[in-house]
Design a binder for this molecule. Structure first.
Ligand code: SF4
Length: 379
């Protein structure tokens, strides 16, 4: 058995996270939240596969109503993912067991209101409704104050942002929270979580490699991070974020349990670092915000198309929507984020244009070829 860090216990519905309780595997629904039938069925499928917590995204009042219905139809412990509007926490909280907010998005929304006030609002809502909280920091959406302060240390920015929000919650007497520090690079996830665990050993950690991509590569990246962290006692709940079509979504949960079983039995498979000298395709796990159902197929086609570039250090990011697509593709060499009718193509932070779905692969191949040619020394 692995010695776990002495984090405090945080109850989420019927499960407890931290304080030596078994590591909780969780997942997220990718069906449209307004489709009550499909989302209830997926929440149940994830629960039956072994998800201790199931997350659902809610972005509008209509989705709040749907969530109320979904709550009646599933016995899963539910977490809500708030991205755009923290105020939705008020109508949502009575339907869920946990509220996840992103400090970066919280900073951008209602800029005239101090962040501390918004955090106090969330803590009050959570407290009144018997909800836990997650401070969910993503390397791709850190608030600009931390980005400026930690210009050469993105992991430091992530850790500082999480620590600052812990202090805000502590200051208002709300301690029923967990923290996540995610990135699409397993090495950054390892470093961020190690640094945070040193700083705040009392706070339970939710581990995840965001936009890990398609299986099996996505599972391998995630396993590398989890093996390095869990074997050191860091991590109380995990999510394996995979790009999968809806009927296969429970595979995320099974992959999480498999990794935990392997670690507990001493079956380690990772090398200490993720190789950064090869083609790296990152893609989001999709969620209810996906704007075109062709997204998963597109991610698979991008992987197949670019196999010939395996030996080149090129990162391609494929994202499902406008919420995280534009920002999370900035650091990739080439980025694609899906709109309803077009795929937005980027080279680094620069937008190259909106390309129809049936033309995007040809266009992408040209860009990959150009990158390879530019990096190949002339004879
Ligand atoms: S990029 Fe959009 S579709 Fe993909 S997981 Fe993030 S919010 Fe969901």
């Amino acid at each position: 058995m692995i010695q776990r860090n002495p984090t405090r216990s945080v109850r989420v519905g019927a499960v407890r996270v931290g304080a030596g309780h078994p590591v909780v595997v969780q997942s997220m629904c990718a069906t449209p939240t307004r489709d009550v039938e499909a989302t209830s069925a997926q929440a149940e499928a994830l629960r039956e596969a072994g998800a201790g917590i199931v997350r659902i995204a809610v972005d509008s009042r209509k989705e709040v109503e749907a969530l109320g219905e979904i709550r009646q139809r599933t016995s899963a412990n539910l977490s809500v993912d708030l991205q755009e509007s923290y105020r939705l926490a008020a109508p949502v909280a009575r339907h869920v067991d946990k509220i996840r907010y992103n400090p970066g998005h919280l900073w951008h929304h209602e800029k005239s209101r101090p962040v501390e006030d918004k955090v106090r609002f969330l803590a009050d809502v959570a407290g009144e409704n018997d909800c836990a909280m997650r401070i969910g920091v993503n390397c791709g959406s850190i608030d600009p104050r931390h980005q400026d302060r930690f210009r050469d240390d993105p992991v430091g920015a992530m850790v500082q942002s999480a620590a600052e929000h812990c202090e805000m919650l502590d200051a208002v007497g709300f301690t029923r929270y967990v923290v996540s520090l995610k990135d699409s690079d397993p090495a950054q996830v390892i470093e961020g979580n190690r640094r945070f665990a040193e700083l705040r050993p009392d706070v339970p950690l939710h581990l995840g490699v965001t936009e890990a991509g398609l299986p099996p590569e996505g599972i391998i990246k995630t396993r590398i991070a989890f093996e390095q962290l869990l074997s050191r006692g860091i991590g109380d709940t995990i999510r394996v974020s995979l790009t999968l079509p809806n009927p296969r979504k429970p595979e995320e949960v099974r992959a999480g349990h498999q990794i935990l079983d392997d670690i507990a039995s001493g079956r380690f498979r990772s090398v200490p670092e993720f190789p950064n000298d090869r083609l790296n395709i990152i893609s989001c796990p999709s969620c209810s915000r996906v704007e075109n159902e062709k997204f998963v197929e597109l991610a698979e086609e991008v992987r197949d198309l670019t196999r010939y570039a395996q030996d080149h250090a090129i990162t391609i990011a494929v994202m499902g929507c406008r919420v995280n697509g534009p920002g999370e593709t900035d650091d990739a060499d080439l980025g694609l984020w899906c709109g309803p009718a077009f795929v937005n193509l980027k080279r680094g932070p620069r937008t190259l244009g909106a390309v129809p779905y049936d033309e995007i692969l040809t266009r992408l191949k040209t860009e990959v070829d150009n990158l390879i040619a530019a990096r190949t020394p002339r004879p």
